[in-house]
Design a protein around this ligand. Structure first.
Ligand SMILES: [Zn+2]
Length: 307
């Protein structure tokens, strides 16, 4: 749990890992709100963190910055515990959530899990929303995800950045993998963040940070590398998806993990688009070996252990 002096009063950030996104809880004056709910296998822990901090108060509102499984996987559990809570998402996938379409919501293609949840309404970029006793601006932040939003409070200059900006980088640019140009959207979102001039950033993953210009510069350098070498981005993305599965499983037989990846549509898509000159199972085995080489996993005999 992180309490940062630079944050407005009444906000607590639960810094999670990479399987679950961070959760931002508004529990001061006004309605209580949680931003993002983590991954489903951590749902009980998320609920525990929230209910303990609320000390018996109900959670009035849940908002998702975007609908990746690590940001809304705890929604269903929170809705069970707080039946009167309003759940609000960015526009763009409202019908897909109401009809529950796990393909359009990316859970099926990425081989990730997300229990079905309900929504009350959408939050509109360009408008403001009351969080605690402050008014926060809602900005669209396409790039990592076309429908994601960031939230900005001009008095404290606090920014909730989701996966659009982390201390060291930003989330995988999924549309680029699917053949739609989105690197320029990431650049636009980084420009938007710079124009807001945040004093403190609460990212979707990693710690709260204040050296924003440094992080923006690092993100732009990273974007340039990907822009000049989209294969590098595609390979990075596939490793992120494989590592995410390993985070969920913690330990897996290497054969089982590679079979899982071979049967997961997103790996097929990335392989077919970028790496079809290498046999698919060889490519996936190389990805796993790269995770070991970079220290993201450890090889223990026939098993791969998360690190
Ligand atoms: Zn994301």
């Amino acid at each position: 749990m992180v309490m940062t002096a630079a944050l407005p009063e009444g906000i607590t950030v639960f810094e999670r890992g990479w399987l679950s996104a961070n959760n931002v809880l508004f529990h001061g004056d006004g309605e209580t709100t949680l931003i993002d709910s983590g991954y489903c296998t951590h749902a009980e822990q998320s609920l525990e963190l929230v209910s303990r901090a609320l000390k018996g108060r109900p959670l009035d509102q849940l908002i998702n910055t975007h609908l990746h499984s690590d940001h809304c996987g705890g929604n269903a559990e929170l809705q069970l515990y707080y039946p009167l809570m309003e759940t609000r998402i960015p526009p763009g996938l409202e019908q897909q959530v109401r009809n529950w379409d796990p393909v359009a919501l990316t859970y099926a293609p990425t081989g990730q899990q997300c229990p079905r949840f309900n929504i009350s309404s959408v939050i509109e970029p360009g408008k403001e929303i009351a969080l605690g006793n402050s008014s926060w601006q809602i900005h669209g932040s396409p790039g990592h995800d076309p429908h994601s939003v960031i939230l900005f409070e001009p008095r404290s200059r606090a920014l909730i950045s989701g996966d659009s900006l982390w201390e060291n980088g930003f989330g995988v640019i999924f549309q680029e993998l699917e053949g739609e140009r989105a690197f320029y959207e990431v650049a636009g979102t980084l420009d938007l963040i710079e124009s807001l001039d945040p004093a403190v950033v609460i990212p979707g993953h990693g710690k709260v940070f204040t050296h924003v210009s440094q992080s923006l510069a690092a993100a732009r350098r990273r974007l340039e590398i990907f822009r000049h070498d989209p294969l590098k981005h595609a390979s990075h993305a596939a490793k992120v998806l494989l590592k995410f599965k390993l985070l969920e499983l913690q330990r897996s037989h290497l054969t089982a993990l590679t079979h899982w990846a071979e049967a997961t549509p997103y790996f097929n898509l990335v392989h077919a688009r970028f790496f079809c000159d290498v046999e698919k199972s060889t490519w996936i085995t190389q990805l796993a070996a790269d995770l070991v080489r970079s220290g993201a996993a450890r090889r223990e005999g026939a098993y791969l252990q998360n690190r």
